[in-house]
Design a protein around this ligand. Sequence first.
Ligand SMILES: [Zn+2]
Length: 157
Amino acid sequence: MRVSLIFDCGIGDLFVIKVAGNLCGTNEMGTVEYGVDHVGIPLLVIMGHSKCRAVTAVVKRAELQGNLANLAKSIEPAVERARAGAAYLEEQELIDEAARENVWHQIETLFANSDAVSNAVRERRLEVVGAFYNVEEGDVAWMDKHPRQNELLRTVG
Ligand SMILES: [Zn+2]
């Protein structure tokens, strides 16, 4: 997906980090911190998407090797939450629900591991919101701030 097209933005309007599973690993968080503290971005959008293959692999418990297995481990908590959150979901619904949970999970990871981001949000220099891109409709559903943002920011730092 072309993020600048989704948001109808031109070259240089967006600071985009693309990573499978919209994960917040060390390198992604370093890039976010660069964006926050050196570029001065006012809004950070953690965006998942429907029909995500990375999430699908975790839901289907695919045998993954090497670093791909580590990537899957970072998504597993979101899949478990999606499974626990509903009595029954069709597989595709479960995959999309897990992708949405993964957006929240990665925001939690970010707040828990990045003082730069947590401080910027506390100081109101930055807003962090989730979003979900529907690949079939081509539209973005805004998920707003993490529902437990204040609590997450209190327990860190
Ligand atoms: Zn994906």
